[in-house]
Design a protein around this ligand. Sequence first.
Ligand code: PLP
Length: 410
Amino acid sequence: MDYAKAFSQALQNLKDEGRYRVFADIRRNRGLFPAARQFMPDGSRAITVWCSNDYLGMAQHPAVLAAMHEALDTAGAGSGGTRNISGTSHYHVELEAELADLHGKEAALVFTSAYVANDTTLATLQRLLPGSVIFSDEKNHASMIAGIRHGGGDKRIWRNNDLKDLEAKLRQVGCDVPKIIAFESIYSMDGLMAPIAGICDLAEKYNALTYLDEVHAVGMYGARGGGLAERDGVMQRVDIINGTLAKGFGIMGGYIAASADLCDAIRSYAPGFIFTTSLAPAIAAGAVASIRHLKTSQAERELHQERARTLKSRLKASGLPVMDNPSHIVPVLVGDPVLCKRITDALLDRFAIYVQPINYPTVPRGTERLRLTPTPQHSDADIDRLVAALRALWTEMGMPFEGQQAQAAE
Ligand code: PLP
């Protein structure tokens, strides 16, 4: 086996397809986000970030930073162990209580990321419920797919947000078979929202557990930032809610919130919870501050929605192909990986605007896109600059504007 050749060939394949990933080396400027500095071999320069999942800018919120500084000075840097072996600090206990309260559940359990939370919880649920069948939405995130695979049980994939298809698949499985319906509230690449109440109706009818990934909604939807299930008044009907501390809350880490016994069972059986060092105390303390702030403050949520609406309408008015959706996510369709990368390279090199191309396998081939993430901190001037740059590149690269497509079809 020529090992070196195998690796270089694998990389070449990605390059040939136009989906080899290049990281931008940036440092965000605290207090000035979405401004950041990009580092290059010959120096650094100012750029504007348009692809951050720090959706509300909480990573620079004074209350969050103060809590993190305080915890760092009080408890030191690391947690010192796994949760079981000296890694459960008072900060972790407080964080789990805060999260349980946020989602109106008896308990919550914190993991090092929402990826790990999804992976290990879904795998462990299948072991705790022998013979169970998982009904997984076709657009579920890679972390849920990984967990479902690791569980090794039976699974059925249902069409995205399609209640009829879900019901048809539930009906095929016997009444006594344990069932788990796994889905997301906001699908992060399209911005589409799940019919949570309708899914809960089916779960009740067919006696299934519901597992809801609210990663792209927590902090941002609902009167206290509890997510889409809170906004829709159905939080109590969802059995297990998964969330992240990394996006709306601006830090890092993930969690589930559910009944006390379910959380205790996952705590006791899930390898991804047991066999890894817990989050640093300062991270847990910052997360508590962020969640508490967003439980009472509506300002960030309201401005975030307003910025997303404004950006979408400005792009549409310019004929740029925004993919319609009711959420804060702003996808602009390109449909080709090479072109997508060429556009994002030009945005960064020539306009100092940082957007990453979204390619397969994150989205299906042929639906490559830009995924813009407006935040409360993006100004009208930032939006104007972005729209003007995109218009210039669309024209330069001979890409169709929406009005033109409609005219051509007439
Ligand atoms: N679930 C969904 C739907 C996601 O989009 C992501 C990350 O982007 C995750 C889970 C993982 O979250 P984390 O970054 O906390 O691991």
